[in-house]
Design a protein around this ligand. Structure first.
Ligand SMILES: NC(=O)c1ccc[n+]([C@@H]2O[C@H](COP(=O)([O-])OP(=O)(O)OC[C@H]3O[C@@H](n4cnc5c(N)ncnc54)[C@H](O)[C@@H]3O)[C@@H](O)[C@H]2O)c1
Length: 277
């Protein structure tokens, strides 16, 4: 990999990954629609709107691999999800393929499987179960990745990112937390593993309390260095209630499964989150 494109470089993960990727590839092209400041050593800055096909053709030009973080990262109105996360993702992949890009790391989300009940162990081979429109767009992104691997021969890693923030503060995020270092390691596996078709892995650190078996990531060589275990006692003692309604508290997606539906009388109850295999 000579030149790697990082979309969403101005976001919470992107800003930190811009640091952890320093020196990993000869050129890192950082892209976002927001101001990214001046390029650092070995960087190119490419301001672009993911919903603009001309911008997409420009940012993928000359690139070997892409880490695609850009887009809407929480629940939004359908039209916005459709434009940015679904149409935008398709057009980015299409532009990448046409430009000869060989590898893509797709930032999927635990919200692609957020309607599985807490406690059911998942390993990435289960059918999708999105918990919101945002999660639905991540299911689309995983299917898009499969299609571009099957039909166009790209190597793609979909990472169902758990909770990539400074610290885990709830029981749910103890299970899903991932450090920026471990997430960077997974992205590098997606770009650098010699043989890769399309795989789905969980973006999680080495957490003891989790509902996910990250065996595919381990098979690809992932060795997480961090763990949320250091906060487990603090979280147990804190007694801070988790956000979300009864459905959110019953399922893996938590508050995302609650958002937008509260008070809708047509909504099913928490017992709808039955295990399926
Ligand atoms: N942070 C997490 O714990 C977490 C968990 C699961 C999945 N993810 C996924 O990881 C990725 C990064 O997450 P994040 O927390 O950094 O999100 P973020 O919202 O902080 O960053 C997303 C970035 O995408 C950019 N963006 C949005 N629309 C755009 C457009 N039309 N054109 C160009 N850029 C656009 C934004 O400007 C922003 O800088 C997202 O795809 C998100 O869905 C994150």
């Amino acid at each position: 990999m000579k030149r790697v494109l990082l979309t969403g470089a101005g976001g919470g993960i992107g800003r930190r990954m811009r640091q952890t990727l320093v020196g990993c590839y000869p050129i890192l092209r950082v892209s976002d629609m927001v101001d990214l400041g001046p390029p650092g050593d070995g960087e190119e800055v490419a301001i672009a709107d993911l919903t603009n096909p001309e911008d997409l053709a420009r940012i993928v030009d000359g690139v070997d691999g892409i880490i695609h973080l850009g887009g809407l990262s929480v629940e939004n109105e359908w039209d916005d999800i459709l434009r940015t996360n679904i149409d935008g993702a398709y057009r980015l992949f299409e532009a990448a393929y046409k430009a000869g890009v060989k590898r893509i790391v797709f930032a999927s989300s635990n919200h692609a499987i957020g309607f599985y009940p807490r406690g059911q162990i998942l390993d990435g081979s289960e059918r999708p179960r999105p918990d919101c429109r945002y999660g639905l767009s991540k299911v689309f992104g995983e299917a898009l990745s499969q299609y571009f691997a099957d039909n166009y021969g790209l190597g793609i890693l979909s990472i169902r990112i758990g909770f990539c923030f400074e610290k885990a503060e709830t029981q749910r995020t103890l299970g899903s937390w991932v450090s920026i270092g471990d997430l960077t390691q997974l992205c590098r596996i997606g770009l650098d593993t010699p043989e890769l078709h399309h795989e789905i892995v969980f973006g999680m650190s080495d957490n003891s309390r989790t509902w996910w078996d990250n065996k595919t990531a381990r098979r690809l060589g992932y060795q997480p260095k961090d763990s949320s275990d250091i906060w487990a006692a603090e979280v147990d003692a804190s007694g801070i209630p988790e956000p979300g309604d009864a459905v959110g508290l019953a399922v893996q997606g938590g508050p995302f499964a609650s958002e937008g539906y509260q008070g809708d009388p047509r909504r099913v109850g928490a017992d709808s989150a039955k295990p399926i295999s």
